[in-house]
Design a binder for this molecule. Structure first.
Ligand SMILES: [Zn+2]
Length: 290
């Protein structure tokens, strides 16, 4: 009955001068997510039942990213809008009051850490917190789209199994990296460092575009020398210039490390996921000295 009426609507739309906008939008509810790790959760749990779109394009750094008008229209059309919160999405202050009912802030109520007195928004790098963010995605989807509840629950169980498997692989690496200092371009790894007992030496603060002071540069160079650090980690989605300059000045090599704020299109096409990149990061940290 439903299929028949949908077909009828599609047949009528051109006659009315309207675009049918493709079969998926008519068939499946739309859910939007603010940037990669939020999208990855929503997409894993939504599965084939719904469309889940990432509001931040692939290859774009989400800190201070402003939504394009087509993304704003998608929020208006969506059943739910998932965001990380904690100041990660600059656009939420101006936009979300209009869409408060459909917006789910995944960090709400979760324990947080701080960096230089400011709340650290990079909570998705703590796998236990990431699982809790997933629980919120699940309960919101079940509530908003109850006819798909069975599929959402099955997808969440499968996501949790994958996450548990990844955590088991991470545990095998954990002992070999415990206590290690890592030099990174921006302070995105506080939760990861907490989970694996690493010491984060950061050039920029919580935002990758922050300019480091001369004093910070000197402190980082001193730390690299005193710990015998041989690798300075930069990010693919932010400017690597400062990290590369520090690496050059200290004689260390520059290597990429991905805080999972986003992936490049070719990485996604090659099958990279939250799980694979997370483990790749740990392997890179394992290889870096000391
Ligand atoms: Zn960041």
């Amino acid at each position: 009955m439903r299929i028949k009426s949908l077909r009828k609507i599609r047949f009528l739309l051109p006659l009315l001068g309207l675009c049918s906008c493709g079969p998926t939008q008519l068939d499946r509810p739309l859910v939007v997510a603010s940037f990669y790790p939020v999208w990855f959760l929503a997409d894993a749990i939504g599965g084939d039942a719904i469309d889940v779109e990432n509001l931040t394009p692939a290859g774009t750094e989400p800190h201070d990213f402003e939504l394009v008008p087509s993304a704003v229209r998608k929020i208006a059309d969506a059943s739910l809008c998932f965001v990380n919160g904690l100041g990660m999405e600059a656009w939420t202050d101006s936009l979300l009051p209009s869409y408060q009912k459909k917006t789910i802030i995944l960090s709400e109520g979760l324990p947080t850490q701080s960096v230089d007195g400011a709340v650290d928004p990079h909570i998705w790098l703590d796998t236990a917190l990431y699982r809790q963010m997933g629980e919120k995605v699940l309960s919101s989807m079940v509530q908003a789209l109850p006819s798909y509840a069975g599929e959402f629950r099955a997808n969440f169980a499968s996501f949790c199994a994958d996450l548990t498997e990844m955590e088991a692989s991470a545990k095998e690496i954990a002992a070999s990296i415990a206590g290690k200092p890592i030099a990174v371009s921006h302070a995105a790894y506080g939760y990861l460092c907490n989970e694996f007992h690493l010491k984060q030496i950061y050039i920029n603060g919580l935002s990758p575009d922050q300019e480091p002071t001369q004093q910070t540069m000197t402190q980082v160079l001193d730390a690299i020398a005193s710990y015998g650090i041989d690798t300075v980690f930069f990010e693919e989605l932010a400017s690597p210039a400062v990290a590369q300059a520090i690496a050059k000045a200290s004689g260390a090599k520059a290597e990429s490390l991905n805080p999972l704020e986003g992936l490049e299109e070719d990485e996604i096409a090659e099958g990279a996921t939250y799980f694979s990149v997370y483990l790749e990061n740990l392997h890179k940290i394992q290889e870096a000295k000391p």
